[in-house]
Design a protein around this ligand. Structure first.
Ligand code: ZN
Length: 280
């Protein structure tokens, strides 16, 4: 299984000179399970680059299964611009949670309305790939491309949006993805987050804010680095990768955070960087 970070920036893309090292594309992390078979956490603008490489390697018969944390713009804006959507004989499935008053497909269709977006509607028309939307069910486990996937609702402070986290088990390795999460109490007291992160090889976790930004950023729906570290430590994660960087966080600041995280001795903690890639 190969893990690739295609987008690590939270909230809004930041194609700026002082973001070149860590990257400015919005969230997208790929788990390549085999040739032409990838699970993808979130579909921010990084999805465009994931799709480009996949099509370069193999123009057809690819299977991409996207696990959406939620439908805020930074997590879905890559969908209309991912080239795989327009190439026949490719297969895309999008998993995620809807709202009681508005199902997942309706939310995804909203961004494709011609008032907002110029691309053809690949959900309804025979435009290119075979694209399906698969709302999460009450069963917390499901199978995707031969991997076992668990999902669970995550807390978002006092915001009203629904967010889910995931854990993928594949060939004895476990990866969890928890983003846009704001714990109400201590992270280690959140049962759902603890179950998703329990003993994983890699925990990818929201860390939009620095510890001293906590009070000023309550109810924005995000974690601090300390939240991510507390959950990883309590859940026994072997490696923590902090992501969803604040749009204002420069390369220099992330270098400083990175140096601080390297001092944590009991497990490996690092800052996500666009293009970061390794085998599990
Ligand atoms: Zn976000």
């Amino acid at each position: 299984m190969r893990l690739t970070f295609w987008g690590v920036r939270g909230s809004v893309a930041t194609p700026e000179a002082d973001n070149r090292v860590y990257g400015g594309n919005t969230p997208c992390v790929e788990l390549r399970l085999g040739e032409g078979r990838s699970l993808v956490f979130d579909a921010g603008l990084g999805l465009r680059w994931q799709a480009n490489r996949m099509l370069d390697e193999r123009p057809a018969d690819n299977y991409v299964e996207i696990l959406l944390s939620h439908c805020h713009w930074d997590h879905i804006q890559g969908i209309p611009f991912a080239p795989v959507m327009y190439v026949p004989r490719n297969h895309v499935t999008i998993y995620g949670a809807g709202y009681p008053h508005r199902p997942l497909l309706a939310n995804l269709m909203e961004q494709l309305r011609p008032e907002f977006c110029p691309v053809p509607n690949f959900f309804h028309a025979e435009v290119g790939a075979n694209v399906n939307v698969s709302p999460l069910t009450s069963d917390p486990w499901f199978e995707a491309l031969g991997a076992r996937v668990r999902w669970g609702f995550l807390p978002r402070g006092n915001t009203s949006s629904i967010v889910v986290g995931y854990r993928v088990d594949f060939q004895g390795k476990k990866v969890a993805y928890l983003t846009d999460v704001e714990y109400v109490g201590r992270p280690e007291d959140c049962n759902e987050a603890m179950e998703l992160a329990d003993g994983v090889d890699v925990l990818i976790h929201d860390a939009q804010f620095l510890p001293d930004e906590r009070e000023a950023t309550r109810d924005r729906g995000h974690s601090t680095y300390e939240d991510a570290i507390a959950l990883a430590r309590a859940a026994g994660a072997k490696r923590l990768i902090c992501t969803h960087h604040d749009p204002s966080r420069s390369d220099r600041e992330l270098d400083e955070v990175s140096a601080w995280l390297r001092q944590i001795g009991d497990f490996k903690v690092e800052v996500a960087r666009e293009g970061m890639e390794f085998e599990l």
